[in-house]
Ligand binder design. Structure first.
Ligand SMILES: O=C(CO)COP(=O)(O)O
Length: 321
């Protein structure tokens, strides 16, 4: 029996990640008798995990609370996030209003990161109403969301200012969720690529350490509008962003950088989206205030479990059991 899977790597937790074959995105693995003999020894480990290429980038889910929480609501979110079993293969972070950063950090388990939703471009000074990366770190938090679509569109933050903020946050040692977005009029006028690539260009100019950056793409036309982006639409844009990284930064950065999607992600659509080849997680708004965020954090585990099952049944078949 010959089965073909795309971009499959096998890994045992005891031995770290073992590449079955040096796969590029274009390769496929044929589980014919020749290759099966290479794969089979690995299948004997009980802790076998099977990953797609995209799983080399740890799945990343950030629930952005925006301006929708108070202490009581945070307590409630902390309760259901703490009680749930969260997939350890997902890096989970919450985006918290600045006045509650310390409170959220204090109450959430340390495995869940806390991000500020914005910051300014200098460490301190006479900038009423602003906070700095140093202040966020002083609250025990290591992440910041910059260039969020609401900052870009409601507060008219230009690319250049966002770029300066990213540069300073990186210099200060923060991890950054750098956002790019597409409006309905961009899509309607076929300007998606042009608009996103322009945003990527100004962002990239300010990034000194890509290993501490997650790129978030938001389809603004699919956020709070009742219109959902189809998986094909999401994949198309994420692939374009990865292409941009490959051609304008490097192959390594394109392979390693997590690109996540935002726009009405829910417990209903997350599993389907989580299978997309270039999707490495989600930036979640309204569903982050509800227990749905747990399903979204766990949306990949079902996919991985399914792959493990496929391999387990193949192993049983090859043993004739
Ligand atoms: O802006 C967003 C996350 O920051 C997206 O919000 P929704 O998930 O509510 O569409």
């Amino acid at each position: 029996m010959v089965k073909t899977y795309s971009n499959v790597l096998c890994c045992t937790s005891g031995f770290g990640c073992i590449k079955v074959k040096d796969l590029t995105e274009a390769h496929t693995v044929a589980l014919d008798p020749g290759l099966t003999s290479t794969v089979t020894p690995l299948l004997h480990y009980s802790t076998l995990n099977v990953f797609t290429m995209s799983s080399l980038r740890k799945f990343f889910v950030i629930g952005n609370w925006k301006m929708n929480v108070n202490k009581t609501r945070i307590d409630n979110i902390v309760k259901f996030m703490t009680a749930a079993s969260l997939d350890p293969n997902t890096e989970a972070v919450v985006g918290c209003p600045s006045c509650y950063l310390s409170y959220a950090r204090h109450h959430l388990p340390s495995e869940i990161g806390v991000a500020a939703q914005n910051c300014y471009k200098v460490p301190s000074g006479n900038f009423s109403g602003e906070i700095s990366p140093a202040m966020i770190q002083d609250c025990g938090c290591e992440w910041v969301i910059l260039g969020h679509p609401e900052r870009r569109t409601i507060f008219n933050e230009p690319d250049e200012l966002i770029s300066e903020k990213v540069a300073h946050a990186q210099q200060a040692g923060m991890k950054v969720v750098a956002c790019v977005c597409e409006r309905k009029e961009d899509r309607d006028s076929n300007r998606t690529e042009e608009v996103l690539f322009r945003q990527m260009e100004t962002l990239a100019a300010s990034i000194s350490d890509w290993s501490r950056v997650v790129v978030a793409f938001e389809a603004l036309w699919a956020s709070g509008t009742g219109i959902l982006a189809t998986p094909a639409q999401v994949q198309e844009v994420l692939a374009k962003l990865r292409y941009w990284l490959r051609h304008n930064v490097s192959q390594e950065v394109a392979n390693a950088t997590r690109i996540i999607y935002a726009g009405s992600v829910s417990s209903g659509n997350c599993q389907e989206l989580a299978k997309l080849k270039d999707l490495d997680g989600f930036l979640v708004g309204s569903a982050a205030l509800k227990p749905d965020i747990v399903d979204i954090i766990n949306s990949r585990s079902t996919h991985v479990s399914r792959l493990i099952n496929i391999f387990s049944s193949h192993e049983r078949l090859s043993k004739g059991v």
